[in-house]
Design a protein around this ligand. Structure first.
Ligand SMILES: Cc1cc2nc3c(=O)[nH]c(=O)nc-3n(C[C@H](O)[C@H](O)[C@H](O)COP(=O)(O)O)c2cc1C
Ligand code: SF4
Ligand code: SF4
Length: 427
């Protein structure tokens, strides 16, 4: 059983990744608290995982209270592990969690930490999406590490960036109380009275009054879920949150990779087949390919990309127009052979009716930035047949220059490329 608390999605993502390798169920602490469910039995071979954010160098009150009340029985001693996600330091979350679990006779065998975007936006700035993506990308190797340890039931304290215990105890006691002041919340005129903040608050600390949220100080655990999830970004805390932006880790929900002004890119899934066929099986869209794809070939295309995500952490992603949440095509980075070597290549396929609106350039530009800033590729490429002028024009708009020509499928291909400007600067 993996217990998690997550206001903005970071811990939910980590818990979901752990569940994929352990096959254990994930259990939301909020659901347990709301349904007064604190007694659990662990069957043979079932581990106990606790995944929690760090609040003021310690555990969110809701997690601490839950662990205090938790009652566990087990067929045999389970493997117990704790994971803290954090933005700056996980403080002494592992120590605090262990104190609660030890009292019940289930001391924690392994402790881990994962650095993720810091949702305490009264201080930390999450307005730069590129920076946020980079933090989340770096978190992947930390998650891979803990997955391997948990899978092999490794024991030990693997947490990094901790602070001394005394400092954490003092900060938790004084610091958490001092930030738990709901008087710092204010609601802007953009509030549409949708009530989402009231509905989603994990501890019922918001009541709607005259179409606006009002906070119940004693109940609020200061998770900032209301601020980050408001569809109009109408909730602010103090003076800085407006400029520091909103953040939610929606990776679990939609496997979102990146966002642009009008689009977002998420992982493809098999259910996209029908929409994807609108471009890959369309003879006009596929005029530069040997033939339009059959339904089976589109399925294979999606499977190939699902493999790419696992192997390279990139591939072609679904391109969705934010307005109306419409599937407009695919775009992304795949490894392609350009005659003498295999290189990261930016490709895209946009459904006819959405062409000539700049979507390909907008999505391809975001992919290029992702390739440079997140994946840290030294250069990226684009290749197509010399007949495909629209595609070459998009590459030109990205700043690519001609790299070479080569023969493939009995046709002359043009390869364009651009260097990672950050690496060029360093040289
Ligand atoms: C009230 C509050 C206090 C926080 N305190 C800390 C902290 O002491 N150290 C830290 O590194 N991150 C701190 N954070 C950041 C969160 O621990 C971090 O962003 C976490 O990944 C959020 O997880 P979630 O998205 O699952 O809610 C704090 C966030 C909030 C809302
Ligand atoms: S979620 Fe935002 S827009 Fe909706 S009621 Fe709350 S503050 Fe207003
Ligand atoms: S009122 Fe907002 S900050 Fe407080 S617990 Fe509810 S969602 Fe979290």
């Amino acid at each position: 059983m993996i217990f998690y608390f997550s206001a903005t999605g970071n811990c939910k993502y980590v818990a979901t990744q752990i569940a994929k390798v352990t096959n254990d169920n994930i259990m939301s602490v909020v659901d347990c608290v709301k349904s007064n469910h604190y007694t659990f039995h662990m069957s043979k071979n079932e581990g106990i995982g606790i995944v929690s954010p760090t609040y003021a160098l310690g555990l969110p009150i809701i997690v601490a209270e839950f662990l205090k009340k938790l009652k566990i029985s087990a067929d045999r001693k389970p493997y117990v592990y704790f994971v803290a996600t954090y933005g700056t330091t996980p403080g002494q979350t592992g120590f605090f969690a262990d104190e609660y679990m030890r009292e019940k006779g289930f001391p924690i065998d392994a402790k881990f930490s994962v650095k993720m975007p810091d949702t305490w936006t009264p201080v930390f700035d999450l307005s730069n999406k590129e920076k946020v993506n980079r933090i989340n990308y770096r978190a992947e190797s930390q998650i891979d590490f803990l997955l391997a340890q948990i899978k092999s039931t490794a024991c030990g304290d693997f947490m990094t960036h901790k602070v001394p215990r005394l400092a954490a105890k003092v900060c938790y006691k004084i610091g958490y109380e001092s930030i738990r002041k709901t008087k710092h919340f204010n609601v802007e005129d953009t509030c549409i009275g949708c009530g989402l903040c009231e509905k989603k608050c994990p501890v019922n600390a918001i009541k709607m009054s005259h179409g606006k949220p009002v906070w119940i100080k004693e109940q609020c655990v200061m998770c900032l879920g209301c601020l980050h999830r408001c569809p109009k970004f109408a909730i602010q805390y103090g003076k800085n949150t407006k400029k520091h932006g909103q953040y939610t880790n929606d990776t679990v929900k939609i496997n979102k990779i990146m966002e642009t002004e009008r689009l977002y890119l998420r992982e493809l899934r098999m259910e996209d087949k029908k929409e994807l066929m609108k471009v890959l099986s369309n003879s006009e869209s596929m005029q530069f390919y040997p033939h339009p794809f059959s339904e089976e070939e589109v399925e294979k295309w999606i499977e190939w990309n699902l493999d790419n995500y696992k192997k390279y952490k990139h591939g072609l992603w679904a391109v969705i127009a934010k307005e109306g949440d419409v599937f407009v095509g695919d775009c992304g980075i795949t490894m392609q052979n350009i005659g003498d070597k295999t290189v990261p290549e930016i490709g895209f396929h946009i459904i006819m009716e959405y062409c000539k609106q700049g979507f390909a350039t907008e999505a391809a530009y975001a992919c290029m930035e992702y390739a440079f800033n997140v994946l840290q590729y030294p250069e990226v490429f684009s290749y197509t047949t010399i007949r495909n002028i629209p595609s070459q024009k998009v590459a030109e708009k990205l700043g690519m220059r001609i790299y070479k020509y080569f023969e493939k499928n009995g046709e002359r291909q043009i390869v364009q490329t651009i260097m990672n400007p950050k690496l060029v600067e360093k040289e």
